[in-house]
Design a protein around this ligand. Structure first.
Ligand code: GTP
Ligand code: MG
Length: 310
């Protein structure tokens, strides 16, 4: 499905802030805005929710939790969560721990979203696609919103959204949240049932894959039967060294005690095994950009790592 951007006003249909608590209205669909820092999540959140917002903190940390209500074209009201900025689901900051924990369903007071709107800065596509691939592999319904398309156009950057959609296995929509552009298209997409992407963008080397499978088999069954979710938890456990976080508390102590030995075993095979994940994804991203990025007047090399244009 290709969705082109067109000018539209931000949706601000009336809704009260009667109750915005995540668990208080189980029937209400939950949509999370997720993306790199400064990708425009809060600008989009404000445009979609108007003043109907509630701000608090996630339990035990000073990370801000922002929830609002947004009315979609069908008239149904959904709950919108403005997640903290994150570069990676392998967390390196308290903000990123929260994002990972929400997606892996580890936080009792913040259930995972029914739909993710992944906000991407279209002028830094290469950098932002890294998180996109990670999130799509989690296997939850996701819309990719290419934000700042106004600035991208000024820079001469054109993105073939049809090609990108095909490569990602997820709908892509161009928006300029700060100008209210494309928000009608986005809201219509948010109203639909979106199939989760089934793409896998990386190949783990055999020893890592075996370690993940070994951990997964020892994890308790998830109540909702999300087998894919168990694999994500297993990968997170292997890659993350956090000791007293929601992830560690969610798994049996014996399994946790075994993790250093598992990692040490992988270190002996290949000390750089953790980086295989990073490199594999950037190879995939390079291929996507080659196919989907049309940038008249810009040489491909200007779109490589560290470029201001991409
Ligand atoms: N040109 C342009 N700028 C935008 C657009 N949307 C947001 N911005 C600007 O981008 C900057 C970052 O926007 P925020 O909404 O604060 O980004 P964020 O993702 O919430 O940032 P964090 O909460 O720090 O992760 C601000 O200066 C916005 O005005 C857009 O569509 N076009
Ligand atoms: Mg923000």
């Amino acid at each position: 499905m290709s969705v082109s951007a067109r000018p539209d006003a931000p949706g601000l249909a009336g809704a009260s802030v009667a109750s915005l608590d995540a668990r208080s209205e189980p029937a209400r669909r939950r949509i999370a805005l997720l993306g790199n820092p400064n990708s425009g999540k809060s600008t989009l959140f404000n445009a979609l929710t108007g003043l109907r917002q509630k701000v608090g903190n996630y339990p035990g940390v000073t990370v801000e939790k922002k929830i609002g209500v947004c009315t979609l074209p069908s008239g149904r009201r959904v709950e919108l969560l403005d997640l903290p900025g994150s570069y990676s689901l392998q967390p390196g900051s308290p903000d990123e721990v929260i994002v990972r924990d929400v997606l892996l369903d580890l936080l009792p007071d913040t259930p995972p979203p029914d739909l993710i709107v992944l906000v991407v800065d279209a002028t830094h596509l290469e950098r932002h696609l890294y998180l996109v691939l990670q999130v799509l592999e989690i296997g939850r319904p996701t819309i990719v919103a290419l934000n700042m398309i106004d600035t991208a156009e000024e820079l001469g950057i054109r993105i073939d959204t049809t090609v990108l959609e095909r490569r990602l296995g997820a709908p892509v929509v161009e928006i300029a949240a700060a100008r209210g552009r494309g928000l009608g298209n986005l809201r219509r997409l948010m109203d639909r049932d979106i199939e989760p992407s089934t793409r896998h963008f990386r190949q783990w080397p055999d020893p890592v894959r075996q370690a993940v499978e070994h951990l997964e088999a020892r994890l308790p069954r998830q109540p909702h039967g999300r087998d894919r979710g168990r694999r994500d938890v297993a990968i997170a456990l292997l890659l993350d060294d956090g000791e007293d976080d929601a992830l560690a508390r969610a798994v049996p102590a014996a399994l946790l005690d075994d993790l250093p030995a598992q990692r040490a075993k992988l270190d002996t095979v290949d000390p750089g095994w953790r980086n295989g994940d990073v490199l594999g994804r950037y190879d995939e991203i390079a291929g996507m950009l080659e196919a989907a990025l049309v940038a008249p007047g810009l040489g491909r090399d200007r779109c490589g790592t560290g470029s201001i244009a991409c």
